[in-house]
Design a protein around this ligand. Structure first.
Ligand code: HSE
Length: 340
């Protein structure tokens, strides 16, 4: 399995660490023999090597701020799109930053990779929220997979649950905490930390988006409910067609007062259907302390899926983080290896 890393930041490095750590297990358990033939990164430089890049060495370079081009192989001077256009690989790992409004440059990367008959695995919410149907169709036409487990709940396998494990069920509604950064901020504010300090900590821990406005204004959760609405109900349209409010209007005193009333603020994302129309929304809600979602703290996410077969099924797990999102890409790689 020849891999092309497009973006070698938090998520790309999270996956690389897992691939190094689990190399032997992946071969033994799933027959996966991977080789990294290219890495493209705007800050760390770009490198190709048809014989395989040493991922452990690439991680060391990235960690010490040195250029990847110092490693054995050839320095690649073109951009990411050029690498996808010219380097032959089996799977393109798209892990560049998310732009929820334009979906670029990731959408162009994914389109090009699929057009060239390469599988695509991504944790990038922009292209998936904006263009899921188009990209899924293109992948089908080309006989390859377009997988994006990490776009929602990082490595906690909600999309897998909907696609595989709950297959045959009708999902009547889905609701939960879908953004780790805001849940972390609300948790730390309840403990007395100021908003700015809590946000800074979420950034340091690798939870926040490159531009954290996307988290605190609710856009990240909005992209996730849009992806879910498209996957579950074939919803059309853009994320900003759905109502969205973030946590920026919630003050420390609001949090304290809510607690005195036996409530806790949570940023809640919902997806449901009215007749044939798919609906989605993101907004802060005062959740009753007795409700299971009230106890979800820190960067943890939780989603309750209401089905016609089992009633409510709740999945709880990490919603952000380097290793956690890296793992989401690994889930998709294993899925490709199993079904290829
Ligand atoms: N910024 C996102 C979050 C990362 O905090 O949930 C995972 O999508």
């Amino acid at each position: 399995m020849r891999l092309l890393f497009i973006g070698f930041g938090t998520v790309g490095q999270g996956l690389a660490e897992l691939l190094v750590e689990k190399e032997r297990h992946l071969k033994k358990a799933y027959g996966i023999d991977f080789s990294t033939v290219g890495i493209s990164d705007m800050l760390k430089g770009s490198l190709v090597n048809a014989g395989g890049i040493d991922l452990a060495a690439a991680l060391e370079k990235a960690g010490s701020g040195e250029k990847l081009s110092e490693l054995p192989g050839e320095e690649f001077t073109g951009d990411a799109l050029e690498m996808i256009r010219t380097v032959d690989a089996d799977v393109v790992l798209e892990a560049t930053y998310t732009d929820i409004k334009t979906g670029e440059p990731a959408t162009s990367h994914i389109r090009k990779a699929l057009e060239r008959g390469m599988h695509v695995v991504t944790s990038n919410k922009g292209p998936t929220a904006l263009h899921y149907q188009e990209l899924a169709l293109l992948a089908r036409e080309k006989g390859v997979r377009f997988l994006f487990e990490g776009t929602v709940m990082s490595g906690t396998p909600l999309l897998n649950l909907l696609r595989e494990t709950l297959a045959g069920s009708e999902v009547l509604e889905l609701k939960g905490i879908l953004n780790g950064t805001t849940n972390y901020i609300l948790t730390r504010m309840e403990e007395g930390l100021a908003y700015d300090d809590a946000l800074k900590k979420a950034q340091d821990l690798g939870y926040a988006e490159a531009v954290p406005d996307a988290d605190v204004l609710g856009w990240d959760a909005l992209a996730k409910v849009t992806i879910l609405a498209k996957v579950m109900y074939d919803a059309k349209g853009d994320p900003f067609d759905f109502p969205c409010e973030g946590i920026t209007k919630i003050s420390a005193s609001d949090i304290v007062e809510a607690k005195e009333r036996g409530k806790r603020f949570k940023l809640i994302g919902r997806v449901w259907k009215e007749g044939n129309l798919a609906k989605a929304a993101v907004a802060p809600e005062e959740v009753d302390m007795g409700h299971p979602l009230a106890g979800i703290m820190g960067a943890t996410n939780a989603v309750t899926v209401t089905t016609d077969t089992l009633g409510d099924v709740t999945i709880v797990g990490p919603g952000a983080g380097r290793r956690e999102t890296g793992f989401s890409l690994l889930i998709d790689l294993i899925e490709i290896a199993r079904k290829d």
